[in-house]
Design a protein. Structure first.
Length: 384
């Protein structure tokens, strides 16, 4: 037999459990009743119990996924021995091959499952021909039909489970996308408020403070208006300071009270500590961009590092922030397992990063080679 490959882990096994245990119990009783001696009955009972126990402790627990060949091979040997006992009700023992067929088609690739089913059919047909001669040819045709039907049934169950998994994955991605859209809407509004406060109100308060300072200089302390002007200047300066704090509070948490370079360094160090992944940081000290671009780059960093922690199985990540004559470049590299092309194309988190960079007229490039790691590069012009 070829090395089997599992394509599905059963999440809702109730029906499979019920059909396996009930069928094993009923068919064991029927098959044992057709055996002529007590010793053969005891042997058959022990084999049927072993069949059920292997299902419980190897199949149901998922242990078989390590090497499906072991599970299906042992079960095949058990059922072959049962058939060779030559019970007068041998078709009852043969029915357990149908159950094993369902097991195979539910969890294995179609071609692999077909090979196993062909093996089951050959064994069952050989035993019936040996015991009945040419009269068993009718049973062989019945077995053929039964194995085909069970195979189709098992494959249908597999596709139903896979569809359910895909639907759940799509639902999870939809929830994640909705959350990101809500987050993006909030961030855009915070940006707008911060920009408006900085460009209008703060400038006006600063101008008032300057005018009051000039008025205070022009007055002497003996003038009646002097104390009022001093107090007005103090209040204007206080209002300017509070506006500055408010504008900073509207920035992403990681950027609050820090420039982008410091925020990246702090976030990477905390991420490395939490995820036990070595991080190398390469940052140019002269990187300077506007608030919106800072936020976009910082969010790209967060999402990329989140992907590294969740998916890459990396032992090291390298974060580079540098500036050249025209562009600011943020690069996140890891030495993990990498992604395949389909996952890169469809990843919700990756789409979110691309959207963030597009919002500041930047670009996002992602390259990945399986087993060699992934590289994410965010580029934006200095003028942005």
């Amino acid at each position: 037999m070829m090395q089997s490959k599992v394509v599905l882990h059963i999440r809702n096994p109730f029906l499979l459990d019920a059909s396996t245990y009930i069928s094993t119990g009923v068919m064991a009783l029927l098959g044992i009743s057709g055996l002529p001696t007590f010793l053969l009955q005891v042997i058959a009972l022990a084999l049927c119990l072993t069949f059920a126990l292997l299902y419980r402790f190897m199949f149901r627990t998922g242990w078989y996924e390590r090497n499906p060949l072991v599970y299906f091979g042992i079960q095949t040997v058990i059922l072959t021995i049962l058939l060779l006992l030559r019970s007068d009700a041998n078709d009852a023992f043969n029915f357990l091959f149908y159950i094993l067929t369902v097991h195979a088609t539910v969890v294995l690739q179609a071609r692999t499952a077909a090979v196993w089913i062909a093996g089951f059919f050959v064994i069952a047909s050989a035993v019936v021909i040996l015991s009945r001669g040419l009269e068993g040819i009718y049973a062989v045709f019945f077995y053929l039909a039964a194995f085909v039907v069970c195979g189709i049934f098992g494959h249908t169950v597999q596709q139903t489970e896979l569809t359910s998994e895909r639907n759940q994955q799509l639902l999870d991605e939809l929830k994640e996308a909705q959350q990101k859209l809500q987050e993006l809407a909030v961030l855009e509004e915070r940006n707008r408020l911060a920009r408006d406060l900085h460009d209008s109100v703060k400038q006006q308060v600063f101008a008032i403070s300057m005018q009051l300072g000039a008025a205070r200089t022009a007055l002497s302390e003996s003038d009646k208006a002097y104390p009022s002007v001093v107090e007005a200047e103090r209040l204007a300066q206080q209002a300017g300071a509070e506006l500055t704090s408010l504008i900073n509070a509207l920035r992403p948490p990681g950027l609050e009270r820090r420039v982008l370079t410091d925020a990246i360094r702090g976030h990477v160090e905390e991420w490395s500590r939490q995820n036990k992944i070595e991080a190398e940081i390469k940052i140019d000290s002269d990187v300077a961009v506007n608030l919106q671009t800072e936020q976009a780059l910082f969010r790209v960093l967060q999402e990329a590092l989140s992907n590294v922690a969740r998916h890459s199985q990396a032992s090291k990540a390298t974060i580079t922030l540098k500036s050249d004559n025209e562009n600011i470049l943020l690069m996140i590299e890891d030495n993990g397992v990498g992604y395949d092309a389909e996952r890169i194309a469809k990843g919700i988190g990756l789409d979110s990063m691309k959207e963030r960079m597009a919002a500041v007229n930047g670009e996002l490039q992602i390259s990945s080679i399986q087993s060699l790691g992934t590289r994410v590069i965010a580029t934006v012009r200095k003028s942005q």
